[in-house]
Design a protein around this ligand. Structure first.
Ligand code: SF4
Length: 673
């Protein structure tokens, strides 16, 4: 039987948004490869992408709707699931209003049509939404204040024009591997790398220098650089006078800092701070590539603003080979119509990071949460402070989880509704993290078992709830796509047919971000001083404050818990999505520096307790050279039901901007078991 090749795209929440080709033989998915026609990802996939096939076939995948009866799962029909869940939603709405139904979601499974969830809840008459982000929210808000929104350069521009890459907190080969060919091409021309990261990265050995600030102190490092730029007259006066507002106020704030003070706060040598400032101010094109860890602190949004300010004052905004690569929010879809946003509704929003506290605060009032929907996410595993999440979710009458596997949130649900994988769906894939190419997702195989696409599950519920017609009957996939693509069709001629025909289309053609110096801020300029931040109750200027769990801010806590814990993205999994597919050890590896090994007496292979006043886990010690001396590294993504609840250690405080998480703002101690 001939093998059929069908184009699709990787749905994982990742910078790269790879084009993929699925191989199907006799109706069976046999493997997936990178699509060589994708201009950025050019035919390669990482291991996570290739293993999507294993997830599709996996024996633990849930293939029938399930209902928990007396603590045991029982298969039920879709009709029964729709009828019972709809009845409980209606009863909750009748007694307490529509906000008694809550929706928690994230981006575990990407795709344009996933936002139909919002359409469903809006048409229901409202809901309790969950907003903010446990990932990059604080940084997005920061770039909104500075630039108007986040925008990145086309990687071809960086490959051709960048002289210096400052890779600040991103392990490129692990989380953004398709950036590597562009870095290599630039380095072949003579471009240099500087790494700023408390951890050793795969590129550390290729860098001319690596600076290792104390976790959470990156904003102070930026201020030290800014001060040296000022002192040495290395500021791009033309940019700050013509294309920016608030520079004088920011410069006055920078004068409160010295390079020596920045050195003391960060632990980076003053000489190295001056050296990096000289690099930024040298007139060479410097591209700053930010990761997603620095904003997961109480000061995280301001950290990104301070780094933006260094890039701006050194003349690296709007020039070829420069810029701050953080996100790329350039896809102009008509989400509002797709989500039926104008529908009158009762609406309340909880912040994802603190939703447990907010739920607990309303449960004994007239406006409780009675039905909780969880889609595209595993909040019990991934939200900070697991014990609080479990406590809050236990107060809800009905928990409904839409997913593929019985993860930590699945096991506490009352109904588990099995959804399809990307191979069983038609959609449009794009990412607002890096490049702007959209890929048409063709359906590759029929849904396994009794699974349904998320939209079809919601459609069944909508029908039962009496608004099926408004939601969209039958296979409305093309219609929904056309609604969302309307602005792109009008402005750039990108219709649904064109995208389906061509497979991959660029949604935004600007190669150098902000090259026309027309920023998206209220002033139209780069804003060192942001009135929007001021209106939001934040500091108008970017400022440095210590992380909450810091030896400089809370000495007593730092004495009890003397080590910084970084729960970083795993190399082989996308958050918690691959635990069951991989052959994992029983417990996580706890990587410590030789100094921590000396202080604790722990050695390679020792079993250790990692603990603080919120919780504890067990792990196996590995002593590692090259990471910040008071920092512990553990890869996240573990499942509690398989033994490790890593987020029992992290706090559910919010970041300063953008209602983000502070999961890296975390001190712990170790004890040998
Ligand atoms: S996880 Fe990222 S790099 Fe890997 S295949 Fe998916 S999009 Fe590509």
């Amino acid at each position: 039987m001939a093998v059929e090749l069908i184009k699709t795209a990787c749905p994982l929440d990742c910078w790269d948004c790879c084009g993929m080709i699925a191989h199907v033989e006799d109706g069976r998915l046999i493997k997936v490869e990178g699509d060589p026609d994708h201009p950025i990802t050019q035919g390669t996939l990482c291991g996570k992408g290739r293993k999507l096939v294993d997830r599709y076939h996996h024996e633990e995948r849930v293939l029938e709707p399930l209902k928990k009866v007396d603590g045991e799962w029982q298969p039920i029909s879709w009709e029964q699931a729709f009828q019972e869940i709809a009845a409980q939603m209606q009863a909750a709405r009748a007694q307490y209003g529509a906000t008694a139904v809550m929706h928690h979601y994230d981006y575990g499974s990407s795709g344009l049509l996933k936002v139909l969830e919002q359409r469903f809840f809006n048409l229901f008459g409202g809901f309790t939404d969950t907003v903010g982000s446990i990932c990059w929210g604080a940084g997005l808000e920061a770039q909104k204040y500075d630039f108007g929104y986040a925008k990145s350069h086309h990687p071809d521009d960086l490959a051709a024009h960048t002289d210096l890459f400052v890779i600040w907190g991103r392990n490129v080969s692990v989380t953004n591997m398709h950036m590597m060919p562009y870095l290599k091409a630039a380095m072949k021309r003579g471009a240099e790398l500087v790494i700023i990261d408390p951890l050793k990265t795969d590129l550390s050995d290729k860098a001319v220098k690596q600076l290792q600030p104390r976790p959470g102190s990156d904003g102070a490092l930026a201020l030290g650089i800014a001060r040296h730029l000022l002192d040495r007259g290395l500021v791009d006066e033309a940019f700050v006078q013509e294309h920016a507002v608030g520079y004088e106020q920011f410069a006055a704030y920078v004068q409160e800092w010295t390079v020596e003070r920045a050195a003391e706060v960060t632990g980076v040598e003053a000489e190295d701070i001056r050296w990096l400032a000289e690099q930024y101010g040298s007139g060479r094109a410097a591209a700053t590539i930010l990761g997603l860890g620095m904003q997961r602190y109480a000061n995280g949004g301001n950290t990104i603003r301070l780094i933006d300010a260094v890039v701006a004052m050194s003349g690296n905004v709007g020039r070829p080979g420069g810029g701050v690569q953080y996100g790329n929010q350039v896809h102009k879809f008509d989400y509002a119509t797709l989500m039926a946003d104008d529908k009158p509704k009762q609406y309340r929003a909880f912040t994802k990071v603190t939703e447990a506290d907010e739920m607990l605060a309303v449960q004994d009032t007239e406006e409780p949460v009675k039905v909780l929907f969880v889609t595209r996410s595993n909040p019990v595993g991934q939200l900070p402070d697991t014990n609080k999440t479990l406590q809050a979710y236990a107060t809800v009458d009905t928990v409904v989880v839409l997913d593929m596997f019985m993860h930590d949130t699945g096991v506490i649900a009352d109904y588990f509704l099995p959804c399809t994988t990307v191979f069983e769906e038609e959609d449009i894939m794009y990412s607002s993290m890096w490049h702007s190419y959209m890929t048409y997702v063709n359906r590759v195989v029929e849904p396994r078992g009794n699974t349904k696409p998320d939209w079809a599950i919601l459609q069944g519920l909508a029908r039962e709830l009496g608004f099926g017609h408004e939601f969209g009957e039958g296979d409305s996939v093309h219609q929904w796509m056309e609604v969302a693509l309307k602005p792109l069709e009008e402005q750039m001629g990108i219709s649904r047919e064109k995208l389906q025909r061509e497979g991959i289309v660029q949604a935004h053609e600007e190669s150098v971000a902000w090259s026309n110096y027309q920023f998206g801020t209220p002033s139209g300029k780069y804003e060192f001083y942001s009135t929007v931040a001021e209106q939001d109750g934040a500091s108008a200027l970017p400022v440095y404050e210590e992380p909450v769990e810091s030896p400089y801010r809370d000495k007593e806590r730092a004495e009890r818990y003397p080590y910084h814990l970084l729960t970083i993205h795993p190399r082989r999994s996308l958050n918690s999505q691959y635990y069951h597919v991989l052959q994992m050890p029983d417990r996580p590896v706890v990587e410590i520096s030789p100094l921590i090994a000396r202080e604790t007496g722990l050695r390679d292979g020792d079993l250790t307790r990692v603990y603080n006043d919120r919780g504890e886990i067990l792990g196996t010690i590995k002593v590692t050279d090259g990471q910040h001396k008071r920092t512990i590294k553990i890869e996240e993504g573990w499942w509690g039901i398989k033994g490790t609840m890593l987020n029992t250690l992290t706090s559910n405080r919010r970041s300063d901007l953008g209602i983000g998480s502070t999961q890296y703002d975390c001190l712990v101690n170790l004890a040998k078991v």
